[in-house]
Ligand binder design. Structure first.
Ligand SMILES: Nc1ncnc2c1ncn2[C@@H]1O[C@H](COP(=O)(O)OP(=O)(O)OP(=O)(O)O)[C@@H](O)[C@H]1O
Ligand SMILES: [Mg+2]
Length: 248
């Protein structure tokens, strides 16, 4: 497998100098589906924002296909490594207008066929292309948000709690869709999820962040079934308790 992204000893502090991420190293291989878990505030979103270069580390290096990020065009990199957030923000206009945002930035128009294909990819009816995007349901907006990122033809998808604000049914549908993008289109995916059942089910590899450090990396099976770090053990145990309350 080819190494797509290398993260070498990166650290980042907030404006007050308090460390957010501390000496993180990791590699992303082509075609991998990595789930990233960890307590709230452990630095997961900040980590994704470094990988898509929304922000730069204070020290350490990130490389895409062996080229340091600082030597790559930022916009080009962000297109290749697309980020989808928890709350999909639809811009004023139709679904078509929303899908055109990325391509227009590089003076590219999407044909009607491309728009329909994108909608099909995310399981939306093509008849929605002329609908005002802000009138869609939460699940539909999240699909448009994914399609909008896919319009940039990313090689890597970074997902930050993309199902967290959805009802269980929509959440499961989006989950399946992402798994399809991985299995059928070979997309490389880094998926932050606070839903540990989901992270366990969909992941091949799992990374655990705690207190700004990467405390554990392994196959998803290893991390969930025989975690090495005490913090991972406690985090998994308490999170599953919260997700599945025992009814007495
Ligand atoms: N722009 C910022 N300025 C100052 N501090 C920040 C900034 N962004 C994040 N932080 C701090 O960095 C730490 C990590 O935040 P981050 O959002 O990356 O965590 P997270 O793991 O994604 O949490 P959650 O699971 O709640 O989404 C937190 O203590 C947060 O307060
Ligand atoms: Mg977060």
């Amino acid at each position: 497998m080819k190494k797509l992204i290398a993260i070498e000893n990166v650290s980042k502090a907030n404006q007050q100098g308090v460390p957010i991420l501390n000496g993180i190293s990791a590699s992303v291989m082509q075609g991998e589906l990595i789930t990233i878990i960890g307590p709230s505030g452990s630095g997961k979103s900040t980590f994704l924002s470094l990988i898509n270069r929304m922000t730069d580390p204070d020290s350490g290096t990130l490389l895409f296909k062996n080229t340091p990020y600082i030597d790559l065009d930022v916009l080009e990199l962000r297109r290749k490594i697309g980020l989808v957030f928890q709350l999909p923000t639809m811009l004023a206009g139709t679904v078509r207008d929303n899908l055109m945002i990325g391509p227009k930035l590089v003076q590219r128009e999407l044909s009607e066929l491309e728009i329909e294909h994108l909608l099909e990819q995310v399981g939306l009816s093509k008849s929605l292309k002329d609908q005002d995007a802000r009138t869609l349901s939460g699940g539909q907006k999240q699909r448009v948000s994914l399609a909008r990122t896919l319009a940039n033809k990313p090689e890597v998808l970074l997902l930050d709690e993309v199902t967290a604000s959805l009802d269980p049914n929509s959440s499961e549908e989006i989950e399946k869709l992402i798994q399809q993008l991985h299995q059928q289109e070979g997309k490389t995916i880094l998926w932050v999820s606070h839903n540990l059942k989901q992270a366990k089910k969909v992941g091949q590899t799992t990374w655990v962040l705690a207190g700004g450090k990467m405390i554990e990396q392994g196959t998803t099976n290893e991390v969930f079934n025989s975690p090495k770090h005490t913090v991972t053990k406690e985090f998994i145990a308490t999170s599953f308790e919260k997700e599945e309350p025992v009814i007495q």
